[in-house]
Design a protein around this ligand. Sequence first.
Ligand code: GLN
Length: 494
Amino acid sequence: MADLADLTIAQAGRGLRDGDFRSTDLLDAASTRATVTEAHLHSYLIMDHDGARAAAVAADEAFAGGEDLGPLQGIPIGLKDNMCTLGVETTAGSKILTGWKPPYDGTAVARLRRGGAVITGKMNLDEFAMGSSTENSAFGETRNPWDTDRVPGGSSGGSSAATAAGSVFGAFGSDTGGSIRQPAAFCGIVGMKPTYGIVSRYGLIAFASSLDQIGPFSRTVEDSVALLESVAGWDRFDATSIDAPVPNFGGSLQAGVAGLKIGIVKELMGDGIDPQIQASTRATADKLADAGAEIVEVSMPSTEYALSAYYLIAPAECSANLARLDGVRYGHRSSIEGTTEEMMGHSRAEGFGPEVTRRILLGTYALSAGYYDAFYGQAQKVRTLVRRDFATAYDQVDVLISPTTPTTAFKVGEKSADPIAMYYSDVCTIPSNLAGDPAISVPVGLDDKGLPIGFQIMAPALGEEVMYRVAAEVERLVGFDERPSLATSEVTPA
Ligand code: GLN
């Protein structure tokens, strides 16, 4: 019999409802897979064995009693470790929060529990979600299941690697500038960033509040819809959550693309984008054209400045958000004696890693009197221009397409000494964050090194339905069914 760990969420849900197996069997399959893969990957920071077992048993009892809470009931999933979980350590990948157990569940987490999901644990990430490789975690990097010499992407690298390797059936991450889509592309799975405000940020440890969004990792587009639906919707605890009915995300998965107008972003198909990735993007666009879509080239001139604007706005917001970590209220407190102010300084110096420190310094500088207009103010103007580029584009087309990343997964250590090269990983994903729009990465092939290539579909705000419609068609047309060699129980633990 096939390994249960390889089922999609939809398949696992059918099997649970048909009585072919129980939630505890799914959890066993995922845990067995993890005992093999974790020695190579380090995608987990914490496994919540007891909590997961209790949730699986509760799900099985619910099924036995005829209770059905929805598509995630009984399904083992992972959470990025910047999502607050009641009583379960939540570190955001930082030494400063080591040992901190939140006194509450974030809204997305609470909704998952209410839907009967089995939360297996907390997944590794770049410290406070700042990074593109998961190498900035204070607890050691995560590796890519396709090639363990390489990074899984970041910052949600743990969620992505585990979903690809089969130690969870799906996972959640957060995407501020690409942290779901980029690792999904690097790991050959589906990763989606919703419209800003679709998923509550209450209980998501803030990095850059005007950009952060929680979103799902999955092996299929259909599963992505199920995961997103289980957490979406207005929340009174997040003033920026959208107070409107949740759109029908999966309503058009079977509709195909005939009659749709699709724009390929010219500025994301040139210099700096690996020629193999460009070729694969074009080949996928050609398939969409054969399936009846009209493909046009769209120019978005401000895209060129999006990365620079992001690296002012995100650090500025992070410098404000991380001010709360002062050794008084949460986490690490320095043992060096001194005044309260000195204690705060030492606690922060000891607790934050180098990339987070760099961002706080840059952000504080960009916001300081005399520099505010030249840096932060200027970046906000660029953000408006990026939004206008999207608005103009969506006057002409239904969705936009591009590569998800300029390269496939790079080697561990390859970019860690060069922050600018690392930042460039997000050149294709950041524009949608600045605009607040939804975007998804779908795997479309492998490069000549056998590494996955991601294809990005971007849609206007609240356009998840058309975005998923195109994503589902890409999935059907391309038929990507490769899995990393690590995703089998036959590999021996390292
Ligand atoms: N890699 C980007 C950064 O370092 C994006 C991170 C994210 O989306 N959380 O800021």
